[in-house]
Design a protein around this ligand. Structure first.
Ligand code: C5P
Length: 229
C-alpha cells in the first residue's frame, strides 16, 4: 500500500524567538526539516513527500535537497497550520485520487521513527476513518484559574497527547478542513472529530517530540545522536 506524506512547513516559529523559522534552525549541521525529510524518506510506503512552504519563504532555495528523490515542494502555505495543510491537500487533489492515504506530519518533528510510521500505515490501511500517533498523558494534570491557583486535579486515564503523523484519506481530510476551519482545529483529527468521526489512536513515542521552544532543539539533537551511535 502506498501513501503520501504532507509536511506543513509554513510557520514562522515565533515561540522559538529569532527571525529564522524553526524548520530552518540548525540541528547537527543541517536545517531541522532536513532530518524530518530524511526520516520520512526511510519509510518505503511513502510514495511522495510533499512540503508546504509559505509563498514568501526566502530560505528553502538556499539549501541542497537533491538527495530527496520523492520530494515535491508547494508554496501554498496559509496563516494557520490547518490552512497550510488544506492548501497542500487542494493542490494534491489535482493529481491524486481522493481515497489516497495522506500522512500529515509536522516539519518540526525531526525525530520521528520510520518504523513507527510504517507500522501506523499497516495498522490503519483498512480503517474506515484513519488515525493519529499519540502517547498517553504521563503527568498529573491540574485545572487552575488565571491567578494560578489549582481548582482541581483532572483525571488523566483517558487523556492522550496527539502527535503526528495523522493519517486520513485525502478527500475526507480536505472536506473536513473546508467545513470546519477555525482556531479550534489544531490538528487534522480535530477536523474529523467535528464531523462526528472517531479517528483511531496508534501508540506513538516520547522521542517524537515537536520542536517548539529552544530547549527542544537540544533534546532533538541528543535523540538523533543517540539513534546514530
Ligand atoms: O507552530 P506549530 O509548532 O504548531 O507548527 C506545527 C507545524 O505546522 C510546523 O511544521 C509549522 O511550520 C507548520 N505551520 C504551517 N503554517 C502555519 C503555521 C504552522 O505550515 N501557518
Amino acid at each position: 500500500m502506498s501513501a503520501i506524506a504532507l509536511l506543513p512547513a509554513a510557520g514562522s516559529g515565533s515561540r522559538m524567538g529569532g527571525a529564522l523559522p524553526k524548520q530552518y534552525l540548525d540541528l547537527l549541521g543541517k536545517p531541522l526539516i532536513w532530518h524530518t525529510l530524511h526520516a520520512l524518506h526511510a519509510v518505503p510506503e511513502l510514495a511522495r513527500i510533499v512540503v508546504v512552504l509559505s509563498p514568501d519563504d526566502g530560505w528553502w532555495d538556499g539549501y541542497d535537497w537533491q538527495s530527496f528523490a520523492r520530494l515535491t515542494v508547494l508554496r501554498c502555505g496559509g496563516d494557520s497550520r490547518a490552512a497550510s495543510v488544506l492548501g497542500g491537500l487542494q493542490a494534491l487533489a489535482m493529481s491524486e485520487p481522493g481515497n489516497s492515504w495522506v500522512l500529515v506530519h509536522d516539519a518540526a518533528r525531526p525525530c520521528v521513527d520510520p518504523a513507527l510510521v510504517s507500522g501506523m500505515i499497516a495498522q490503519l490501511a483498512e480503517h474506515p476513518v484513519g488515525g493519529i500517533l499519540a502517547v498517553p498523558v504521563a503527568d498529573t494534570l491540574k485545572l487552575a484559574d488565571a491567578a494560578r491557583h489549582i481548582d482541581h486535579t483532572h483525571p488523566r486515564d483517558q487523556l492522550w497527547q496527539a502527535q503526528t503523523p495523522q493519517m486520513f484519506r485525502l478527500a475526507d481530510l480536505a472536506g473536513a478542513l473546508e467545513a470546519g476551519m477555525g482556531p479550534d482545529i489544531t490538528d487534522e483529527a480535530s477536523a474529523l472529530e467535528k464531523l462526528g468521526q472517531s479517528p483511531a489512536l496508534v501508540m506513538g513515542s516520547p522521542w517524537n517530540l515537536k520542536v517548539t521552544y529552544p530547549q527542544d532543539l537540544q533534546l532533538a539533537a541528543l535523540i538523533l545522536q543517540a539513534r546514530n551511535t
